[in-house]
Write a protein that binds this ligand. Structure first.
Ligand SMILES: [Zn+2]
Length: 401
């Protein structure tokens, strides 16, 4: 049985000078409107204990556009500005539900430069995309085809710190799950990126070590440049380019891996790792720094949902490392440097393979007796994953599966 899913397809594009200027202006207005609405909401709460919602901020926006100081807001499409108010509303909803921190102001340099257009603000005709307030379609590089007959419902334009332009098209797509028999446990490794219960070790993407060296050098160069100088701007762009390359390779690598795992297995068992705790350890910081594990989990969440697979998240208190996967005895705590150990029963374990096998066993116990090893937070997070696939943010940059 095939199921309908919302899926985002992301492409690079090359704007004309005029389009780039228009989009930069739009990004600036989106940031300004978001920050002004955030300020209005914060003030209403701190000064009058009043909660103002999306509708109130929308009315404020109409007012701002009529003032002389903010008349320039009329020069860009109103839809991305409205969407910024909706994003703020979502941020508040997550804050009230204790899923997120209080929203913060968007900064010119550090925040993502993006603008979201809904159907009324773009024209989609025979594979060409024209945004509101623009006369010509975007010059998109169709690196992979859109599903046949697909019409995007939402379009998000963004520019990364390396200066590259992207457009993400949210489309309705259908996925036909095919049955798979396997079940696999995955352990976040120390030396290798991941270890599977099959004994397979997944290494970091190729060239990553060299890229990291280059990054460190570029960052040192940047630190030596004078503030505000043209050379500093150049050095900053260089750092951003290396960052982007590392992130791109890492994401491609994880996409290939998660796609394969979801295709081969009916159930996947992972550990509910607290990334904040892991980063405190400096040996791990490098491996976890770019949030590879969180990215992997997000990908597994929506891909398993699409394909009707089970993702079993085991409580982080489960002693996956110390348990002997042969006899079930619990060993003493061991230092991070211990790569292999021998159980009194005689079994010699590779630390990570043993942990992955224990996760698999815990997952099998869950599927066998309907037991739930997921902690409260994990339950709600995986529970939301079916809703998550409706939002464009959760599904950007998905490869063909
Ligand atoms: Zn043993």
């Amino acid at each position: 049985m095939s199921r309908a899913v919302k899926r985002a397809f992301k492409y690079r594009f090359y704007p004309t000078g005029e389009q780039a200027a228009q989009l930069s202006r739009t990004f600036g207005c989106v940031r300004l409107v978001y920050n002004m609405a955030l300020q209005a909401r914060t003030e209403a709460w701190t000064q009058r204990r009043e909660r103002i919602g999306y509708n109130a901020t929308s009315a404020l926006l109409t007012g701002w556009k009529k003032t002389d100081d903010l008349a320039f807001l009329n020069e860009v499409s109103c839809v991305p500005l409205q969407q910024a108010l909706r994003h703020l509303q979502t941020a508040y909803t997550n804050f009230w539900a204790r899923r997120a921190k209080h929203p913060t102001y968007k900064s010119k340099r550090r925040s993502r430069r993006s603008a979201e257009y809904t159907a009324s603000a773009f024209r989609w005709r025979e594979g060409t995309l024209t945004l509101a307030k623009m006369s010509r379609p975007l010059d998109i590089v169709w690196s992979r085809p859109l599903p046949a007959g697909c019409t995007p419902s939402t379009v998000t334009v963004s520019q990364d710190p390396a200066g590259r332009w992207f457009v993400s098209l949210l489309c309705q797509d259908t996925v036909t799950p095919t049955p798979a028999a396997g079940m696999v446990g995955i352990d976040a490794g120390l030396e290798s990126l991941l270890t599977l219960s099959t004994g397979e070790k997944v290494t970091n993407p190729r060239h990553e070590r060299a890229d990291r060296r280059r990054l460190a050098r570029a960052q040192r160069d940047l630190a030596r440049k004078q503030k505000g100088s043209a050379n500093r701007a150049k050095a900053r762009l260089k750092v951003a380019r290396i960052h982007a390359r590392i992130a791109d390779r890492r994401r491609d690598h994880l996409h290939q891996l998660t796609t394969r795992l979801v295709r081969e297995n009916q159930a996947i068992v992972i550990e509910d790792l607290a990334v904040a705790n892991m980063v405190k350890n400096h040996r791990l910081a490098r491996a976890i720094g770019d949030a590879a594990w969180r990215q992997l989990r997000t990908m597994l969440e929506y891909k398993t949902a699409w394909h009707g697979r089970a993702l079993i998240v085991v409580d982080r208190r489960f002693p996956s490392t110390r348990l002997c996967s042969t006899c079930g005895a619990l060993a003493e705590r061991m230092a991070l440097g211990v790569r292999s150990w021998t159980c009194p029963c005689g079994a010699v374990h590779d630390r990570d393979v043993n942990a992955a096998r224990n996760l698999l066993a815990a997952g099998l116990a869950v599927t066998a007796c309907g037991d739930d090893v997921r902690p409260q937070r994990g339950t709600s997070r995986t529970g939301r994953s079916s809703a998550k696939q409706e939002t464009p943010r959760a599904t950007t940059g998905i490869p063909v599966l």
